[in-house]
Write a protein that binds this ligand. Structure first.
Ligand SMILES: *[C@@H]1O[C@H](CO)[C@@H](O)[C@H](O)[C@H]1NC(C)=O
Ligand SMILES: *[C@@H]1O[C@H](CO)[C@@H](O)[C@H](O)[C@H]1NC(C)=O
Ligand SMILES: *[C@@H]1O[C@H](CO)[C@@H](O)[C@H](O)[C@H]1NC(C)=O
Ligand SMILES: *[C@@H]1O[C@H](CO)[C@@H](O)[C@H](O)[C@H]1NC(C)=O
Length: 960
């Protein structure tokens, strides 16, 4: 090879004579080009002269004898590679093109085109000509009737009445029969694949905990394509997810956007993480960071390593950014010099360090950063970092407090404020999630910011991420913005705005046909397409009335955060009375719409009530006119830590855990908390809680029934039932109990206690509040025995214990189960043993090993546990395993109602969160007659309902 070969090194800088390359900052180049060319020409001349001199004076010079080595003893090949790397380093990615493509790069040959006929389509953008201001308000958005044609992995046509004769012969036709069709749902915060379900130590790879700062690790190296949860998630219409490293580390590592089509059975080429990538060309990179409680908790070791405080975290961030900044600067200097002087004259190679490479790419604008931060100081510090080190943040995640500080977000570097990736109403689980609002989405949107709803799978089952968006709509976010929050908004933030999130020609053919409006309660996909390929071979379709899309209710955005209290009040326009039990004189009479008269917090008349209303008019009693009013019993929260805890993870606010001792919940009641105020305001005026065994959702001790509106337990009727049931826990946490290292020992210990109670039956009980006293009541059948358990095997063992003890005691034990993910597998056995089930959560998924057989519903399974239990005649109720669910009891009953194929009427569905648990317990329910009722506008089973008034047995009615 000669030095002047086109492949070899030129004797002087060719750069000086070439036009500036496209990746240079044009402005700068233009401003100084003349000067620069001159300088470079001079430098080049000097360098050339030196090189000539060098060559002639040193005949032993390596470059003289070896053309692969420069005068500085550097490899020519490697320098050329380095120069090529300079090009990559300075590349500014753009959002990959959508429209204009002939085929999707992910398309795999051989998949036939598909025509979806007669769909009701949400395009994802307003009609042409809508101004941005109008679009923001939702004008120009709407559902349209059309057909959609998918080919080569793309949406090719969105037009009404596409004639089959214009399409190729192999076209598959799917008739949507007018049902709603949207683009695939995008979940911008998931750990699916990285932490497959059920969670097992061996496959859990969410966080790399070698160090607090690991920007260099990559979630793709942990993704298990065969995680069954990837399929479950897809069954909820989710076609794309951002798979993030966890939030233990301040800098967690690189993230990847995947689609949920895996392997041959989903129409893919291979079963690999690479094949999942939504953009095979990898235009953008992604990264995860986190601030706040986690990093200091996980890494802080006083005197040994930081961070132990938020101050330390900011230092960790800034120190890491400093390293990357230095690397970037050194690289830029090298590249500038190499270009200016020629490779022959550089004295070293391009500085490269894998540890800081990805962070350098972030500083270069090649990485979309997503950062987990909750609180104001975390948000503010991180925005400061963006300005100090000049990088762009795409979204704050878990951004519970962002709604309080829009101005801080607007200070972000780059002028484009980060979006807020949120849960709709999952909060209180730790200190930094204590200040939060279900109205956050609306407040952010009102301030010109972008709410996005995410699952953090497995924290929430990402299958139901669209339910988060639905609740956001319920809590006041405009309908179009709620739909955008799981489609176009995450697509834009991920840099896929031209490919994903819309049903438009040129976009990827990720499509969902729904059985009902996607923001309605229980909305379920009928079929899902990814890159134009149908994903479910034989999807289960629920029997539902013909789908009707929601007419957005703008009233939902009028939020009443400070309700009024009245002793006396009248409601007009009650159109549905769904009270249960004997109403006596309150039995509604007269017209189809009733008036409801309340005096001293109690219902005194339901009907036309003319005399009461005439009297009320004189004494100026307030009248509330309802739009489609519903009157129901108030709800009961069963099995939560309500009344025993204010912030889940904070010891000081918690009653504590009784893994080794017995206690009564009544002795630990701590009332007047935020959780209880919210419960009350959402119509949950009664709660039955037991002390915690170990973690949340576990119980040990006797439960207490109390009013959520009580200030202390000395309030009148604060406690409506003492020692409701005796609770034990036999889920996975049972293996950690005192003296019960195994599940077998835990089951054995329970049997032993019960048999001991039989033996001790005739002994005088010294302490009537002791465990042995309650065990006596259990074996004589006067106190229910509640077992928290999920696994069908453990349930089988418990049923045998019941039978053994019953024989010994010659009595019937009133056993019921709490949890019950796999209880449906023994539905008939439970029915014949008279054992009820409080499903907690109602919709389990395989999050732990003992829940792995949970049914996740259509289109994958025919029904869920509740359908099977009801069919078998098992008494069933809905319980709460995490306290934040308390806002959603009506909606959860609504899902059971809408997806139950007619198994339940409206009243029976509401019974799942009210009277059923009392039937299981054999306990009287404090009812509407005693002042416990809720007035809704709209059906509490529907997304558009809202609580208008709550009576909680305290002599007043709260009116919103
Ligand atoms: C799928 O595999 C075939 C055969 O190996 C290959 O030609 C094609 O490029 C692959 N397609 C994609 C999208 O990877
Ligand atoms: C579309 O489906 C709806 C609902 O089944 C039906 O009423 C309507 O006639 C259909 N329209 C066409 C054009 O087939
Ligand atoms: C308890 O006493 C009754 C009669 O007083 C007797 O029939 C029964 O066997 C005794 N039970 C036990 C467990 O000792
Ligand atoms: C079991 O109880 C029943 C009544 O509850 C009684 O008739 C029967 O004699 C008892 N059997 C024994 C073995 O105590």
């Amino acid at each position: 090879m000669k030095m002047d070969d086109k492949d070899g090194l030129p004797p002087y800088s060719a750069r000086a004579q070439q036009p500036p390359s496209p990746w240079r900052r044009q402005g700068k180049v233009r401003r100084s080009r003349g000067l620069r060319c001159l300088a470079i020409a001079c430098l080049a001349f000097i360098a050339f002269a030196q090189w000539k001199q060098l060559q002639s004076s040193s005949s032993s010079s390596s470059s003289a004898t070896n053309p692969d080595i420069t005068t500085h003893g550097l490899s020519v090949k490697r320098l050329q590679d380095d120069l090529a790397t300079c090009g990559k380093l300075r590349k500014k990615p753009e959002d990959p093109a959508g429209p204009g493509r002939d085929r999707n790069a992910r398309y795999i040959d051989g998949h036939a085109p598909t025509l979806i006929k007669n769909a009701t389509i949400w395009v994802g953008e307003p009609v042409e000509g809508t101004s941005p201001e109008d679009a923001r308000k939702g004008k120009g958005f709407g559902w349209i009737s059309s057909d959609v044609y998918l080919e080569d992995g793309l949406i090719k046509r969105v037009e009404p009445d596409i004639a089959l004769s214009t399409l190729s012969d192999d076209t598959i036709v799917f008739n949507a029969n007018g049902r709603p069709l949207t683009s695939g749902i995008i979940d911008m915060h998931s750990h699916a694949g990285g932490a497959p379900l059920p969670e097992l130590d061996g496959s859990e790879d969410t966080n790399e905990m070698a160090s607090d700062i690991t920007p260099y690790v990559r979630s793709i190296d942990a993704i298990k394509p065969n995680d069954p949860q990837l399929q479950v998630i897809k069954s909820g219409g989710v076609t794309t997810s951002l798979i993030l490293p966890g939030s233990a580390n301040n800098m967690g590592g690189e993230a990847y956007v995947i689609k949920h089509a895996v392997g041959k059975s989903d129409g893919r080429n291979e079963t690999s993480a690479a094949d999942l990538l939504a953009d095979p060309d990898r235009n953008w990179r992604f990264m995860k960071m986190a601030c706040g409680e986690n990093p200091k908790r996980v890494y802080g070791k006083p005197g040994q390593q930081g961070p132990t405080s938020r101050m330390g975290e900011s230092w960790e961030f800034r120190h890491a950014f400093e390293q990357a900044t230095t690397l970037v600067r050194e690289q830029d200097d090298w590249c500038d010099a190499a270009e200016a002087l020629g490779l022959e004259n550089v004295k070293g190679y391009l500085p490269q360090e894998l540890r800081w490479e990805s962070l350098g790419a972030l500083l270069r604008g090649q990485v979309h950063l997503n950062t987990h931060c909750y609180t104001i100081p975390d948000l503010e510090a991180f925005i400061d970092h963006t300005n100090e080190f000049k990088f762009i943040l795409r979204a704050f995640h878990h951004a519970h407090q962002t709604y309080l500080v829009p101005e801080i977000l607007k200070r972000a570097y780059g002028g484009d404020p980060p979006a807020s990736a949120l849960f709709a109403d999952n909060m209180w689980y730790k200190s930094e999630a204590y200040i939060a609002s279900e109205y956050a989405g609306k407040y952010l949107y009102d301030n010109g910011l972008t709410p996005i709803y995410v699952s953090d799978n497995p924290v929430l089952n990402a299958q139901h991420v669209v339910f988060e968006a639905a609740k956001a709509y319920k809590y006041g976010l405009p309908y179009h913005a709620a739909l955008a929050s799981v489609t176009t908004a995450p697509a834009e933030r991920l840099g896929f705005g031209k490919r994903l999130g819309k049903v438009k020609s040129g976009f990827d053919a990720d499509i969902v046909v729904w059985d009902s409006d996607p923001l309605s309660v229980g909305a379920t996909p009928v079929q899902v397409w990814i890159d134009g390929t149908a994903q479910f071979e034989d999807p289960v379709e629920l029997a539902k009335p013909a789908a009707q899309v929601i007419v957005p209710d703008e009233d939902l955005s009028n939020i009443v955060e400070e309700p009024a209290l009245f002793e006396d009040v009248i409601f007009t326009g009650v159109s549905q009375v769904l009270l249960t039990g004997d109403l006596g004189e309150l039995k509604p009479h007269g017209d189809k719409t009733y008036n409801l008269v309340i005096s001293k917090g109690k219902m005194i008349c339901l009907g036309s009530c003319e005399p009461d209303i005439a009297a009320a008019a004189k004494s100026k009693i307030p009248v509330v006119q309802l739009k489609n009013g519903y009157l129901t019993e108030s709800f009961t929260a069963f099995g939560s830590t309500l009344g025993l805890n204010a912030i889940d993870a904070e010891k000081d606010t918690d009653n504590g855990a009784d893994s080794s001792v017995f206690s009564r919940a009544e002795d630990g009641l701590a009332l007047d908390t935020k959780k209880l105020h919210v419960s009350y305001d959402y119509g949950v005026t009664k709660a039955i809680s037991a002390p915690k065994f170990r973690g949340g959702g576990t119980q040990h001790g006797t439960s207490v029934g109390f009013r959520t509106g009580a200030a202390t337990q000395l309030d009148s009727k604060a406690i409506f039932a003492s020692d409701v049931a005796l609770h034990y826990t036999l889920d996975l946490s049972a293996k950690h109990g005192d003296g019960t290292p195994s599940l077998s020992s835990a089951i054995g210990a329970l049997r032993h206690k019960l048999l001991q109670a039989v033996t001790d039956r005739n002994e005088t009980v010294k302490d009537v509040y002791s465990e042995s006293a309650y065990l006596q009541q259990v074996i004589n059948g006067s106190l229910p025995l509640a077992i928290k358990v999920h696994s069908a095997d453990a349930i089988a063992a418990v049923l045998k214990v019941k039978s053994v003890v019953e024989t010994a005691a010659n009595s019937t034990i009133r056993l019921f189960l709490v949890g019950g993910a796999e209880s449906f597998l023994l539905a008939d056995e439970l029915a014949s043993a008279g054992v009820g089930v409080v499903l907690a959560p109602i919709f389990s998924y395989a999050v732990t090993w003992d829940q792995r057989r949970a049914l996740t519903g259509a289109p994958l399974t025919n029904g869920t546990a509740i359908d099977r239990l009801l069919d078998a005649g098992v008494k069933t109720a809905i319980g709460i395993d995490e306290d934040w669910w308390v806002r959603d009891l009506g909606l959860l009953a609504g899902i059971a109602f809408k997806n139950g194929g007619g198994r339940l009427g409206e009243k029976q569905a509401l019974g799942l969160v009210s009277e059923n648990v009392y039937k299981i317990l054999g306990l009287d329910e404090p009812k509407a007659k005693e002042g416990h009722f809720v007035v809704f506008e709209g059906s509490p089973l529907d997304i558009g309902s809202r609580v208008k008034a709550v009576g909680g047995g305290r002599g007043t009615v709260t009116v919103f």
